[in-house]
Design a protein around this ligand. Structure first.
Ligand SMILES: [Zn+2]
Length: 184
């Protein structure tokens, strides 16, 4: 691990902080360095293929979040019930197809790998998207499943499961944002 500041190269009195990714709820650990000289806070290891890393994450969180929001159930239930497990896989396959059409270098096994990862999550796990929706708050729906739907259209890829999720949750999302959806 490189223990010097990327900005001023100082290597003395640097402090390290471990942060967990919380917005997606995946709790991945990242180590940040706080420079003892210039005070800059920076991530220590930048993922080598940022596009790929982001798409891998996007594939998992939009699927877990979207299915969790529609079913109102924690991951332990949706991954165990065969019908909702298939929905999770279907969501991921749609994102995979979009990524491939954009020439993102996702592995052929990404859907299976992501399901294996999902099987390791705590059974009572939920995402911030799902929690906001259950609480009737404005959520990140537009940036998650809404974005899957938009990108699928752009790429000419079918994404019926994500469309169903996005469209089903839109009325509540509009209400939470104070938009009167009953008038044109
Ligand atoms: Zn520095």
């Amino acid at each position: 691990m490189d223990e010097s500041c990327k900005i001023c190269q100082n290597a003395q009195d640097n402090r390290f902080h471990t942060a967990r990714e919380m917005s997606f709820g995946l709790r991945d650990q990242f180590i940040y360095l706080e420079c003892g000289h210039c005070g800059c806070v920076q991530i220590v290891e930048i993922p080598s293929d940022m596009q790929k890393a982001l798409w891998e994450k996007f594939l998992t969180v939009t699927s877990v979040g979207g299915i969790g929001a529609v079913t109102r159930a924690p991951i332990g239930a949706t991954r165990a019930i065969p019908e909702t497990r298939r929905l999770l896989e279907q969501c991921m396959k749609e994102v995979f197809a979009i990524a491939r059409s954009r020439e993102i270098a996702l592995a052929d096994t990404i859907v299976a790998d992501s399901m294996t990862f999902i099987d390791t999550l705590a059974a009572d796990g939920t995402t911030s998207l799902q929690r906001d929706i259950i609480d009737g708050k404005p959520s990140e729906l537009e940036y998650w499943n809404g974005t899957v739907v938009r990108l699928a259209r752009e790429q000419g890829v079918a994404a019926p499961t994500n469309e169903f999720i996005y469209h089903s949750l839109l009325p509540q999302e509009k209400r939470a944002r104070g938009v009167d959806a009953s008038s044109p």
